[in-house]
Design a protein around this ligand. Structure first.
Ligand SMILES: NC(=O)c1ccc[n+]([C@@H]2O[C@H](COP(=O)([O-])OP(=O)(O)OC[C@H]3O[C@@H](n4cnc5c(N)ncnc54)[C@H](OP(=O)(O)O)[C@@H]3O)[C@@H](O)[C@H]2O)c1
Length: 243
């Protein structure tokens, strides 16, 4: 991926950090995005390991900020080859108690921001006649989960969004795919009790939670030349939890 420019949102930790590191390891220059200074450590670690990366502070729900980021990346690098819409949040609550704000926050961060970012990178990708857009959905978007109606809707929404966009831009050699992780060891799943984790793991044929690196490997593949004939697909990386 030498010479390719990648933007990875939610690159400060967890899955996004692993994606940034693996794309950089494959040779890409990675723009690591998170709020404030949060992505600085990821970019610094990549550079320390001999890769190319820079950190950008951005709240992905800030549409004007998204446009400014994309304009700045284009001004500095002249192209954008890969966008990974990874930033995501949960605001879990049973439906009867879910606040409208819990719904709006999750939809805005997980789904609307993917729309804004994808739209912003589309023009340069179409001009280049090449590009890769990859969204991080979830097994919850495929099978549902009690207490996560907002999150499940956002993650299922990403799948429909990516399939529609894949059809729109395929003729321009831009591919759009989804990676749907199962249960992965990150800050997001830290709050789950050991008992609940054991219960979940018993439903995973491969018998363990995933690692950020497991998910990043699938993203790296979809961003690579080897995946050039794959578009509109959902690659489930869930240990067999849902098949
Ligand atoms: N962990 C799992 O089991 C699992 C399973 C399926 C899917 N996923 C999905 O995988 C993705 C990464 O999850 P994770 O487990 O790595 O979560 P995480 O450790 O909680 O990290 C979330 C990332 O998203 C960023 N983010 C959140 N809101 C943002 C905003 N408004 N603007 C910019 N960045 C924002 C955070 O950056 P800040 O530093 O700015 O907070 C952080 O880098 C999410 O989309 C998640 O839904 C996770």
């Amino acid at each position: 991926m030498t010479g390719r420019i990648a933007i990875v949102t939610g690159a400060s930790r967890g899955i996004g950090r692993a994606i940034a590191e693996q794309l950089a390891g494959a040779g890409a220059t990675v723009v690591c995005v998170a709020r404030g200074e949060n992505a600085a450590a990821t970019a610094a670690a990549i550079v320390a390991a001999g890769g190319q990366a820079e950190a950008r502070g951005l709240d992905v729900t800030d549409a004007a900020g998204v446009d400014a980021l994309v304009a700045d990346v284009l001004a500095r690098h002249g192209r954008i080859d890969i966008l990974v819409n990874n930033a995501g949040v949960t605001r879990d609550q049973l439906m009867l108690r879910m606040k409208r704000a819990d719904w709006d926050d999750v939809l805005q961060t997980n789904l609307t921001a993917a729309f804004t970012l994808s739209q912003a990178v589309l023009k340069p990708m179409i001009r280049q006649r090449s590009g890769r857009i990859i969204a991080i959905s979830s097994v919850v978007g495929q099978m549902g989960n009690a207490g996560q109606a907002n999150y499940a809707a956002s993650k299922a929404g990403l799948i429909g969004f990516c399939k529609a966009l894949a059809r729109e831009v395929a003729s321009r050699n831009v591919t759009v795919n989804v990676v749907a992780p199962g249960l992965v060891e990150t800050d997001m799943t830290k709050a789950i009790t050991e008992n609940a984790k054991a219960d979940w793991s018993s439903q995973i044929p491969l018998g363990r939670m995933g690692t950020p690196a497991d998910i990043a490997a699938a993203v790296r593949f979809l961003a690579s030349d080897e995946a050039s004939y794959i578009t509109g697909q959902v690659l489930a990386v869930n240990g067999g939890m849902y098949m």
